[in-house]
Design a protein around this ligand. Structure first.
Ligand code: NAP
Length: 316
């Protein structure tokens, strides 16, 4: 019987269909790299997620029988694609089914950060709120604001669609033009620098790559408006958190809404202590509908590869 290694956990929606088809080894939600290597040894398929680094060392530990890495995410920056390609290992991801969930979280963070929601709630719970005060908690009004979307792909495009009801001006930055999305969303493509200068809200939706590493750094932050809101639901590596914390502290940035961090789950103290920061624990795709669909999609890849068929959503 084929061995399928699940590096951490797989939801029942994904587990049930393969329970009788393969021998399943499960690392557990707090699996260490050693534990993941141990359960992957001799496996034909490995189910990973963004917290699991799939590198040469893990692939060596798996041995020559490994045929598939099925990543429980649309992003695959945790997987060494070149190494998988070189070894003839198929890599799959879970696009589309998490688009709505992640775009909705980006909108949630946009509104929450723009209106200092976390700060207000913390004050209220701590007994610091003294009642309505005209000058307190005055944030950015989204209606009529200029919103810059960095990466107008599936999630960035859906986020832009959701914003339509607010009557915003939409700008976007991308490596290639998106004429269909431009027409549909009335969005204008500009260079990143212009987007940063003109936007009241900047929302990041580009993948992690060497090109997007610290796309938002001290220099980028200097271009942004003092009242601007920065939202990141893409990947932590896109943002230099130390620079963001300094800009918030010094009043050079209005607010941030973050779902992802460079060294998850560790969050630098300076960002925890920074004012005007709404911080979510990487829950972009965390709806029941999206996560169940992702689990099922991962399993569809496993079943296809074990059957010797072409899997859906192949990246490599
Ligand atoms: P997608 O459809 O591939 O969209 C990504 C877009 O980014 C593409 O349109 C791409 O177009 C653009 N892009 C690439 N490099 C860029 C750059 N240097 N500057 C500006 N734009 C760039 O992917 P998606 O499904 O929307 O997912 C986007 C990302 O969201 C994923 O990679 C993942 O990391 C993240 N994500 C996070 C969560 C979460 O839980 N927080 C959940 C799902 C996804 P061009 O190449 O033409 O520029």
């Amino acid at each position: 019987m084929s061995v399928v290694a699940i590096a951490r956990v797989l939801l029942p929606a994904g587990l049930e269909p393969i329970r009788d088809l393969a021998k399943i080894r499960i690392g557990g939600v707090d699996a260490t790299p050693d534990r993941v290597r141990e359960i992957t040894a001799g496996a034909e398929a490995l189910v990973a997620d963004p917290t699991v680094g799939v590198d040469a060392e893990l692939l060596d530990a798996a041995g020559p029988g490994l045929r598939l890495v099925a990543n429980f995410a649309v992003g695959y920056d945790n997987v060494d694609l070149e190494e998988c390609r070189r070894r003839g290992i198929v890599v799959t991801n879970t696009p589309d089914v998490l688009t709505n969930a992640t775009a909705e979280l980006a909108l949630t963070l946009t509104l929450a950060a723009a209106r200092f929601l976390s700060e207000g709630e913390r004050d209220l719970r701590a007994g610091r709120w003294q009642g309505l005060e005209p000058g307190a908690y005055r944030g950015l009004e989204l209606s009529g604001a200029t919103v810059g979307v960095v990466g107008l792909g599936r999630i960035g495009g859906r986020y832009a669609e959701l914003l339509a009801g607010f009557g915003v001006e939409l700008l976007y930055a991308a490596r290639s033009p998106k004429p269909e999305a431009e027409a549909r969303l009335a969005a204008s493509r500009v260079e990143l620098e212009e987007l940063l200068r003109r936007s009241d809200v900047v929302s990041l939706h580009a993948p992690a790559s060497p090109e997007t590493h610290h796309l938002i750094d001290a220099e980028a932050l200097r271009l942004m408006e003092e009242q601007a809101v920065l939202v990141n639901t893409a990947r932590g590596s896109l943002v230099d958190l130390a620079a963001v914390a300094a800009a918030l502290r010094e009043g050079r940035l209005g607010a941030v809404g973050l779902d992802v961090y460079e060294d998850e789950p560790r969050i630098p103290a300076e960002i925890l202590e920074a004012p005007h920061a709404v911080l979510a624990p990487h829950i972009g795709s965390a709806t029941i509908k999206a996560r169940d669909a992702m689990a099922r999609m991962v399993t569809d890849s496993v079943i296809a590869v074990l059957d010797g068929c072409e899997p859906p959503n192949r990246v490599v």
